[in-house]
Design a protein around this ligand. Structure first.
Ligand code: GRG
Length: 306
């Protein structure tokens, strides 16, 4: 698959995700809800609509499509994952964490609203994500929905993204900086776990064989690691206008990054190796040419400019 066809698929996934998130975040309360407070809903919409590459939804949609699964099951799972991603960005930008004013080229949620509302908007998105996956509208098979809920919780929580964020914050003030292995583990948790979930979700939705699921997990791990090295490189090299968030802040805050540990050339070499690893894993799914979109995704992640 060439870059243009890939771009087309990424745009299609982004548009479908935007429309589905818009509908999910409507003022109409769902059965069992009492009311949807307008300002909180507005902050949740501000935090999740109208921006972002929608890479995680794209990966859910395309990995499910490998197994012929299309429509609401994949799209709702994609939206749930994007809600968790958006919540993590909102909370990460708070003064108690990275203290940022700019996200996706706009004021961060706590700047556009206020801190308490930003915290609650993140909480609301996190909780709603699990509502969306657990809802029978996502899949008729309750055990499959439970498998998605479990995998998403494991990726997002203590032993995944939230744990990784805790390790990252602790490292900023630690007497001894993180080494390469510790940095890789922190990044695999903080950023990699949600990206890996995206392709694991495709395998769950598609009832993949254990071999196919394992190969997709290997792909997801390599892709997640490539994404994070690319992020470190962009932060070191990129400019704030193109990124839509402040560049150069990793070095400023003394963050553990692979650029800091391996140097710029070492980080770029690692990124290339991870793209190869991701592509090799795809071959092990036995799904042939159908995986070319995911191979292109690995290249996109490594070469992105924002
Ligand atoms: C606060 C619980 C909690 C977790 C925060 C993911 C994360 C953990 C923090 C985000 C900070 C950050 C910039 C991490 C580097 C990788 C990353 C997640 C970048 C943003 O993801 P993109 O590039 O963003 O996919 P878009 O805006 O395109 O969705």
């Amino acid at each position: 698959m060439d870059a243009e066809e890939f771009r087309h698929r990424l745009d299609a996934a982004a548009m479908a995700t935007e429309a589905a998130l818009d509908a999910l975040l409507s003022p109409q309360a769902l059965e069992g809800e009492i009311a949807r407070p307008a300002r909180l809903l507005e902050a949740m919409r501000y935090s999740s609509l109208g921006g972002g590459k929608r890479l995680r939804p794209f990966l859910v949609i395309e990995s499910a499509r490998l197994f012929g699964v299309e429509g609401a099951s994949a799209l709702r799972t994609a939206c749930a994952l994007e809600m968790i991603h958006c919540y993590s960005l909102v909370h990460d930008d708070l003064p108690a964490m990275d203290d940022d004013d700019l996200r996706r080229g706009r004021p961060t949620t706590h700047k556009a609203f206020d801190e308490a509302t930003a915290i609650l908007a993140g909480d609301g998105l996190l909780t709603y994500a699990f509502d969306v996956v657990a809802d029978p509208a996502t899949h008729g098979d309750a055990s499959l929905r439970a498998a998605l809920v479990l995998a998403l919780a494991r990726a997002a929580g203590l032993g995944g993204m939230v744990g990784g964020q805790a390790l990252d914050l602790a490292a900023e003030t630690a007497a001894v900086p993180l080494g390469v292995d510790e940095t890789l583990q922190m990044q695999a948790m903080k950023t990699g776990a949600l990206l890996r979930f995206a392709v694991d979700a495709g395998a769950i939705l598609g009832c993949a064989t254990p071999e196919q699921a394992a190969a997709l997990t290997r792909y997801g791990k390599a892709l997640g690691a490539a994404f994070q090295v690319a992020d470190d490189i962009l932060d070191a090299e990129g400019d704030t206008a193109a990124l839509g968030k402040r560049a150069g802040k990793d070095a400023e805050r003394g963050k553990a990054t692979l650029v800091g540990l391996l140097g710029l050339d070492g980080a770029k070499a690692r990124c290339d190796a991870l793209v190869k690893e991701a592509t090799t894993a795809l071959a092990d799914t036995g799904l042939g040419d159908r995986t070319s979109v995911l191979a292109q995704a690995a290249r996109f992640v490594a070469n992105r400019r924002h």
